[in-house]
Ligand binder design. Structure first.
Ligand SMILES: *[C@@H]1O[C@H](CO)[C@@H](O)[C@H](O)[C@H]1NC(C)=O
Length: 517
């Protein structure tokens, strides 16, 4: 087995002669640009610039890290250490780093200064009080990531919430994972720095650099991240993993006697990984499969149950959805979104008592949760507790200024209470916020019609039809009004112009004739 041939690079982009002075600034800038594009797709894309720098130093310049550090530490040899960095390398690395810094600066200008506000459920370890618990759990997360690189069997779209219970004491057996990770890492790092063989040093440093650098932004070391473990953050580190794996394989195959068995084993691993990749890609194709596949990996994660439930509810399977929502609330008793959705379904199934309990609990936990306030209002309305319902609607509107549906429901409440002016105002508000809110328009027309304000009803109907010309129920209501105000001819005209609703037209044609006779 030949050693990996990556020590010499003949890529046309880096036309470097022996002195290392000739190279193309253009291509370095292109790599910065591509790094920026990668970052637009996913933030850690920017770490590719670090990989480029490592590749440049180790593979193209064949830099000896240990020697470099030793000389750097001894002041009298500072100049010599600079000599190790050939001029071109220093310039290119400066170029890459300033490119990276500019990209980060632009991102900071666009995204604002504050980091996103993550909550404890997103990343439980980073909210632990003691530094010890935080450190242990971060390290446990790293070992999980390493394990996923080795054996990508547990893949899950979300590892937050209760998915990985925190390690709180050293007696937790999962500590072993940390020990194993650091044992391997330290072993590799020692070899990378101190091995006799300079080729080995270089390739191990390269592999480790590629493994670790792209992972740094996800490591919680510099800032809190909003996830625990994520498949996406190990895409780039997998480059380093592949280098280390291949190098290890080449070492083994030099020594091993039974090369065939080794080859078969590696082929087997490759085949399994290919199959796993195909399976996983197919799971990502549909929400249902993605969510369901997570149930076996993270059964303790309330978000998984919530998503499965939501998916079922969207498909109309309410009773199954209820089961999953209940499980989500059981796993995380403060999961307000699950409570809201569950309360909503129960409301529709007329299990009002429990719906009310859930929704009031949700707004108790999160007092600015507008949707839950509105749903609570609807339930209270159905329970005929009108004052409380009105209060809930107004609270919802207070927390979400543009809430047309809530104004609509408020209007219905006022209409039930015979507060006609208020009802009309509320519906008017709904249509101001959402001009295509056909239900609100319709209710206005009907209310005006029923209270004998035919002229006003007609005006509102015409206004509405101008905004949503093809709404059949609006046409119907307006025709009704026109019919009542004895404008039979107008009704006829009105319905005739809207020819695509022939059925209503025929129906009204008959109605008119009947009334005319
Ligand atoms: C309608 O909106 C106005 C302005 O936002 C507000 O002052 C008023 O109270 C609302 N009325 C109703 C009944 O919703």
């Amino acid at each position: 087995m030949q050693p990996l041939e990556i020590t010499s690079c003949s890529c046309g982009s880096l036309e470097e002669n022996k002195e290392g002075h000739n190279f193309s600034v253009f291509w370095v800038l292109v790599s910065v640009l591509l790094g920026a594009i990668a970052m637009l797709c996913k933030e850690q894309g920017i770490t590719i610039l670090g990989l480029n720098a490592v590749f440049d130093a180790l593979v193209i310049n064949k830099l000896n890290i240990l020697e470099f550090i030793q000389k750097l530490l001894r002041k009298d040899k500072l100049l010599e250490s600079a000599g190790l960095l050939r001029k071109g390398l220093l310039f290119r690395i400066t170029l890459l780093m300033s490119g990276g810094a500019s990209i980060l600066y632009i991102r900071w200008r666009i995204m604002g200064t504050g980091p996103p506000a993550f909550t404890e459920v997103d990343n439980p370890a980073s909210f632990a009080d003691s530094l010890f618990v935080r450190a242990i759990n971060y390290n446990y997360y790293y070992s999980l990531n390493a394990w996923l690189l080795l054996c990508p069997w547990w893949l899950c779209f979300d590892w937050s919430m209760g998915c990985i219970p925190l390690i709180k004491s050293v007696s937790d057996w999962r500590i072993i994972a940390l020990a194993a990770l650091w044992f391997c890492l330290i072993g590799l790092i020692c070899q990378a720095l101190c091995s006799e063989d300079s080729y080995k040093r270089r390739i191990l440093t390269l592999g480790l650099g590629f493994l670790i650098i792209p992972f740094l932004p996800a490591s919680n070391l510099f800032f809190r991240v909003g996830f625990v473990v994520a498949e996406r953050v190990i895409y780039l580190p997998s480059i380093g993993y592949c280098i280390l794996f291949t190098y290890g394989f080449s070492l083994l195959s030099k020594q091993a006697k039974k090369k065939k068995i080794l080859a078969v084993a590696v082929l087997g691993i490759l085949l399994m990984n290919i199959m796993r990749c195909a399976l996983r890609s197919s799971q990502w194709r549909s929400e249902e499969q993605l969510f369901r596949s997570a149930l076996s990996v993270c059964p303790l994660n309330a978000k998984v149950h919530y998503n499965v439930g939501k998916n079922l509810a969207d498909k109309g399977n309410q009773s199954a959805a209820i089961k999953y929502y209940r499980e989500a609330v059981r796993l995380n008793p403060k999961y307000v979104h699950a409570m809201n959705n569950l309360g909503n379904i129960l409301k529709e199934r007329n299990e009002l008592q429990e719906a009310e309990e859930l929704l009031s609990l949700a707004v108790q936990i999160q007092p600015d949760f507008a949707a839950a306030w509105m749903n609570l209002g609807i339930v209270q309305n159905s329970l005929r507790r009108f004052e409380e319902a009105e209060q809930s609607y107004w609270t919802a509107i207070k927390h979400r200024k543009k809430y047309p549906d809530c104004y609509y429901n408020l209007g219905r409440l006022y209409a039930d209470l015979n507060r006609h002016i208020d009802a009309l105002n509320a519906w008017r508000n709904a249509t101001v916020l959402k001009p295509e809110h056909s239900l609100a328009w319709n209710n206005m027309i009907i209310l005006l019609d029923n209270t004998g304000n035919l002229a006003q009803a007609e005006a509102v109907g015409r206004e509405a039809l101008e905004l949503i010309p093809n709404d059949h129920s609006l046409m119907f209501s307006l025709a009704n009004v026109l019919g009542k105000s004895q404008k039979y001819k107008k009704v006829y005209e009105h319905l005739k112009t809207t020819s695509h609703i022939a059925n209503i037209f025929i129906c009204f044609n008959r109605l008119c004739r009947h009334q005319c006779m």
